[in-house]
Design a protein around this ligand. Structure first.
Ligand SMILES: *Cc1c(COP(=O)(O)O)cnc(C)c1O
Length: 397
């Protein structure tokens, strides 16, 4: 529903500004066109080139490109051996896929609370969730900021848990100088158009373990192998392949890979622009008591995917909903990341109850994501800041 800007006045912007947007240039378009003219639309050489490039960027030994970030999480959960009776700890402040991948495998998601300042999963809360049934942790680099990987890895080592890092937000981020993708047992990526680099739809899993890599490769392509060492009935017949496990078709196409390779060439440029925008927002909002600025841990050199505007609603005469709608009336379109996963009605039906993670729930009730993407101009950023300041001025107690 459209509404007038507050006081019935003119909105800060004439044309709406979305919260996220891909950036595609002529080089990207050419790369895709070239691949469409080649012999391979799928299962071709672009996939290997992409996997190699992702290994270079992340420092990982192995990479499997897949059809989307959800497929990446699913095969990672499969490779981790998650099954019925297993508990897997994750965060509620994430896209549902981070928890759904556990359900796909018959496991039980257990939600740890977030740190109220960084909004990432709280290592102490992880510890409290561990039981003899715990098998793995799915940690999410929320907004692109790396989770507290040292502490989480230590907990996983101590309790013999597999660490899956959902890095859908964080390609290009480094933790203590090491790129995400080479730190956890497996790291998953998404290349959806709202993310920092895109393949249209796309995903990947990286790992340093040959054993996990072999499982990932099988899981993403029907469980069928051409590797004689993996066969139960090996033969030297050239046509022979064998299904040794139950897998899926989660392959990426070659023209998607070509697009992503071309996008990855711009990753550093994208990263720097996103950092510059975050700096402008942080500088403007850290002066305003009604706004809580997300804490950055010094270990994380972050490629920021999302900029969270968190309201100290106790200092305002409005709730998040009213502020969100008022920003929209100023033609600043935001989005909310995320509804705590266990608040979704499907999880409610599974028996999860409200009140489970108080920090996550209060975060959700106060937050929205401001526009943040490469092609956002300085003027756009100024508009967003002006609109936010205008509303804070109007609603403050
Ligand atoms: C986008 C996203 C996913 C899923 O990726 P798709 O490519 O859309 O399937 C998973 N986890 C998080 C945190 C995401 O933001």
């Amino acid at each position: 529903m459209e509404q007038l800007a507050i006081n019935g006045g003119t909105p800060v912007r004439k044309a709406p500004l979305s919260y996220g947007k891909q950036y595609i240039d002529e080089t990207d378009i050419q790369a895709v066109a070239e691949t469409l003219r080649s012999d391979y639309l799928t299962c071709g050489p672009k996939i290997a080139s992409l996997e190699e490039k992702l290994c270079q960027i992340t420092g990982a030994k192995y990479c499997v490109a897949v059809s989307n970030g959800t497929a990446a999480l699913h095969i990672a959960a499969m490779a981790a051996g998650i099954g019925p009776g297993d508990e897997v700890i994750t965060t509620p402040i994430t896209f549902a896929a981070s928890a759904n991948c556990i359900l796909y495998c018959g496991g039980t998601p257990v939600f740890a609370d977030i740190n109220p300042e960084t909004y990432n999963i709280d290592p102490d809360s992880i510890k409290r969730c561990i039981t003899p049934k715990t098998k793995a942790v799915v940690a999410v680099d929320f907004t692109g900021q790396a989770t507290e990987l040292d502490k989480i890895r230590e907990i996983c080592r101590e309790h013999n848990l597999i660490l899956i890092e959902d890095a859908a937000h964080s390609i290009g981020t480094c933790y203590n100088g090491q790129p995400v993708g080479s730190i956890a047992d497996m790291t998953t990526f998404s290349f959806h158009p709202v993310k920092t680099v895109t393949a249209g739809e796309g995903g990947a899993v990286t790992t340093n373990s040959k054993e996990l890599y072999d499982k990932l490769v099988l899981a993403h392509a029907h469980g069928i192998t051409r590797d004689r060492n993996q066969m139960v009935h090996p033969t030297d017949a050239a046509w022979y392949n064998e299904q040794v496990d139950l897998g899926y078709n989660y392959r990426m196409t070659d023209f998607q890979a070509a697009l992503l390779i071309s996008q990855l060439d711009k990753l550093e440029t994208f990263k720097q622009r996103r950092k510059a925008i975050v700096k402008k927002y942080d500088q403007a909002f850290s002066q305003i008591p009604q706004i809580q600025v997300q804490k950055e841990i010094p270990e994380s050199d972050t490629t920021r995917h999302l900029y969270i505007l968190r309201l100290r609603t106790e200092l305002l005469n409005c709730d998040r909903r009213e502020f969100f709608d008022a920003l929209r009336a100023e033609n600043i379109y935001t989005q909310v990341h995320y509804l705590p996963v266990y608040w979704h009605s499907y999880y409610e039906k599974l028996g999860y109850e409200k009140g489970l993670c108080p920090n996550a729930e209060s975060y959700y009730l106060q937050s929205m994501s401001l526009p943040l993407y490469y092609s956002l101009t300085d003027e756009d950023v100024e508009d967003v800041i002006r609109a936010v300041k205008k509303l804070v001025e109007y609603y403050r107690k």
